[in-house]
Design a protein around this ligand. Structure first.
Ligand SMILES: Cc1cc2nc3c(=O)[nH]c(=O)nc-3n(C[C@H](O)[C@H](O)[C@H](O)COP(=O)(O)O)c2cc1C
Length: 192
């Protein structure tokens, strides 16, 4: 797939088919992630590919986090109910990928560098997945329960979660999201 087509066509997917994703394909998109630029060439990303019961626990955690901010049952809008269904299930995706970076809380500049490196890798992952016909959704909302996720996955204390994404075959078509400033009149400043 052409690069610009992937950049323009990728959308957040929140409903998936249950079909499994072949391991080689998972490696293929993670290999694309692994080719991202990184601060000091540390390549400081790590990817946990989660399925089965752990997958279900991670989804349940996001369900609880989301529900906490919602009105009680019976007083929710249709949109809230639908988002909650997505949150509780990760849209039925067979896999969840959790990306981590080294924990470097004492050094804010290094932490920023780690965060940007892993984010670059994560975007590569999303674009490669799209090029392979797979769906993803960049997620940080679940980090409201980051400690719980760390516990579920038994992550080492020297790692910090950057983002999560479901991974699977899409079961929905999502319309383009209009750009706030399509002509880049406000978002680009030429300093000459
Ligand atoms: C840093 C970041 C965090 C996000 N967190 C969530 C999330 O927790 N839950 C969710 O459903 N979508 C999340 N999204 C997806 C955005 O809602 C989505 O990218 C945005 O609405 C634009 O839609 P598109 O991805 O289809 O272009 C996140 C996206 C980014 C980049």
């Amino acid at each position: 797939m052409e690069l610009y087509q992937a950049i323009r066509g990728r959308r957040s997917i929140r409903k998936f088919k249950p079909d499994p994703v072949p391991k080689e394909l998972v490696y293929k998109v993670l290999d694309a992630a692994n080719w991202a630029p990184s601060g000091v060439n540390l390549q400081q990303w790590k990817f946990y590919v989660v399925s089965g019961q752990k997958r279900d626990q991670i989804a349940a955690s996001y369900g609880r986090v989301t529900e906490k901010n919602y009105p009680p049952v019976g007083q929710r809008t249709e949109q809230q109910e639908s988002f909650l269904t997505w949150a509780k299930t990760y849209g039925g995706a067979p896999l969840i990928i959790v990306a981590t970076m080294p924990r470097d809380e004492q050094q804010p500049r290094r932490r920023k560098m780690h965060l940007e490196s892993v984010s670059a890798a994560f975007q590569n992952l999303l674009l490669a997945a799209y090029a392979e016909g797979l769906g993803t959704c960049w997620m940080t909302g679940p980090l409201a329960a980051e400690e719980e996720l760390m516990e579920i996955l038994q992550l080492p204390a020297d790692e910090e979660i950057v983002a999560l994404t479901p991974l699977g075959y899409p079961d929905q078509q999502v319309a383009d999201k209009p750009r706030h400033d399509p002509d880049l009149k406000e978002k680009v400043v030429w300093v000459e």
